[in-house]
Ligand binder design. Structure first.
Ligand code: CA
Length: 591
């Protein structure tokens, strides 16, 4: 009898993908999982578990029951990568008990190239809520793996103490024991090259007001990276770093995308497979392109005449939108803004307006400030925006990744939808499944975006290298509001001073295909109508911003990328080359 109990306690099993190539191995009570693809080890035994405020589930978990089932469902996406997704996965739920006999579940969903993992915590007795103190969840890579990672920055540094904002430089093909730039690990998504065996992309999805945004630690012993929570200093020290939610409840999904090539990484739908829309909208949000003066003409252009010039430019291009950036409330004023918005409408151009998120978490003076962080003021502001027929807002300078900040994102999105407003976030975190979760979410920066090309020559010199990273990493898991495709040779209003663009016109045009966001604010200027190649202007007039299909053709992160995207019955094949700073786009009708 005694022996029998011991046999029950030790448990190993495997979960395979529908095509059988991807396998997750599980061991309890060791509380580890491992990942194989086509018989090759992609992740070695990696820890599972968490520490809750009421119990330790960080290891030594005994399996008491398990459930297997299959998932076969189809869903639509209308703003990123592909329009129809057929998600087939094998689902496995392990019911586990810790040494104190308390229950937790770990849930796996394994599709052909994606693994999703989360913890479900039941309501056990009277305890109605949990505070998660830390997670043991880790990812242990085989020796010789190289990394393509972006460091998490210190908190409360940078412009007006507004970081972290996912605006750091990547290191490509670095050894695992490379120390991250700030010693705080790495922001999602994280790309790993497991030698000649293949590639692994680690990220997370389904993060809403009920959890914090997490990231990966620096590499610990033996190739192990673990889930890390935000830093206490984020959000000006306000709000806890330990997320809390009501029971029963679940943590967000951690996703692992695996392939022998980069194709599954570039084509993954992992961020959307396991999430659902959080509310329905009654609005019919229209995606498209827009102009914005701030990117090249900068702060001084927030005046009537310059905005009229950019409304006229949008109208001339047939673009749907103008984005009027920081400073409009002071340099133009609310009263004249109503007339300016009216002028835009008379030219068939709709309007996005800029806001700061602040707040008590930075020193931002770009205005409007303190309109979006307070629900009483926010409602009043959004009612005014709706009364003026404004279609969207760009909210900048967020406080970090704490649950406190995730709540504010969700409150702003939910309130904005009540007023028919789309939301773009800058100075912000990575979107985590938000393209499907929030009907009015239309993009995030969370990248060293086009503004850096104006701020310094280094970004121009690195533009092609960085552009060849994004389709494999940042942009493959979420909308990326880059605001690029500058056609000025010098990134300055005069086109004669300022930083020098290193890339070709064709390279810039190809980024309109490679970088995906359903609303593309294009960095063209009124002079480009006459000084840029006529074919470039014609291309920008017609290029779509949403896609029915995305197909990876070839590439290597930081070196080159070739992919094609379909919009309706047209295929757009785009290529970027970091060595030559050149690229191309080919448009074809063939199916
Ligand atoms: Ca920024």
């Amino acid at each position: 009898m005694h022996t029998f109990l011991i046999l029950l306690a030790a448990f190993t099993t495997a979960i395979s993908s529908p095509d059988g190539k991807l396998k997750v191995g599980l061991s309890f009570p060791e509380s580890t999982y491992s990942v194989e693809y086509e018989g090759k080890t992609m992740l070695e035994d990696s820890p599972l578990g968490l520490t809750a405020n009421f119990g330790d589930f960080s290891g030594n978990l005994t399996l008491t029951e398990s459930h297997r089932s299959t998932i076969d469902e189809s869903y639509s996406l209308n703003r990123i990568k592909t329009s129809e997704v057929h998600y087939r996965a094998n689902k496995f739920i392990a019911e586990l008990r810790n040494e104190a006999g308390q229950k937790i579940e770990v849930e796996f969903r394994v599709s052909d190239n994606d693994i999703a993992i989360r913890y479900n915590i039941p309501k056990d007795g009277d305890t109605g809520s949990v505070r998660v103190m830390s997670e043991a969840t880790g990812f242990r890579f085989p020796e010789g793996t190289t990394t393509f990672l972006c460091p998490q920055s210190d908190a409360m540094i940078g412009w007006k103490r507004s970081k972290p904002s996912y605006e750091e430089e990547y290191k490509a093909d670095a050894a695992m024991d490379t120390v991250s730039g700030y010693g705080h690990g790495y922001t999602f998504p994280c790309l790993f090259h497991v030698g000649d065996k293949g590639w692994v992309l680690v990220s997370e999805t389904g993060v809403d007001s009920r959890y914090c945004g997490s990231h990966l630690s620096d590499c610990k012993e033996g190739g192990l990276y673990t889930i890390a929570f935000p830093m206490p200093e984020e959000n000006n020290g306000n709000g806890t770093v330990e997320p809390a939610f009501a029971l029963p409840g679940s943590t967000p999904w951690r996703t692992i995308t695996v392939g022998s090539t980069l194709k599954p990484i570039v084509e993954t739908t992992a961020p959307w497979n396991t999430v659902e829309p959080l509310y329905e909208t009654k609005h019919d949000y229209k995606f498209g392109k827009g102009t914005w003066s701030w990117i090249i003409w900068q702060d001084a252009s927030m005046n009537w005449d310059d905005q009229v010039a950019y409304i006229d430019l949008a109208s001339e291009m047939g673009f749907e939108y103008i984005l009027i950036d920081a400073g409009w409330d002071q340099q133009i004023g609310y009263e004249k803004m109503e007339k300016l918005i009216g002028y835009a409408h008379s030219k068939n151009v709709d309007v996005f307006l800029w806001y700061s998120s602040s707040g008590y978490w930075n020193d931002i003076s770009q205005s409007p400030v303190n309109r979006m962080d307070n629900s009483i003021i926010r409602k009043k502001e959004m009612a005014w925006l709706e009364s003026q027929g404004v279609k969207g807002i760009k909210i900048d300078f967020w406080g970090g990744d704490k649950q406190e900040t995730m709540r504010l994102y969700e409150q702003v999105l939910s309130d904005a939808d009540d007023h028919g407003l789309m939301c773009i976030f800058h100075g912000c975190t990575l979107p985590r499944g938000w393209e499907r979760m929030y009907p009015n979410y239309v993009g995030s920066e969370a990248v060293l975006a086009s503004e850096n090309l104006i701020f310094g020559q280094h970004a121009c010199d690195m533009e092609a290298f960085n552009a060849c990273l994004h389709p494999f990493i940042r942009n493959t898991v979420g909308c990326m509001e880059f605001g690029g495709c500058a056609l000025n040779e010098r990134l300055h209003r005069s086109n004669r001073f300022g930083t020098v663009r290193r890339t070709s016109v064709n390279f810039e045009l190809a980024t309109e295909i490679i970088f995906q966001n359903p609303i593309q604010f294009v960095a063209i200027t009124p002079n480009n109508l006459t000084d840029a190649p006529a074919e470039a202007i014609e291309f920008l007039k017609t290029v779509p911003t949403t896609w029915d299909e995305t197909v990876f053709i070839d590439g290597y992160p930081g070196k080159f990328i070739t992919l094609k995207r379909r919009h309706g019955d047209k295929w757009y094949t785009a290529h970027l080359d970091a060595e030559t700073n050149d690229g191309y786009v080919e448009v074809s009708d063939d199916k």
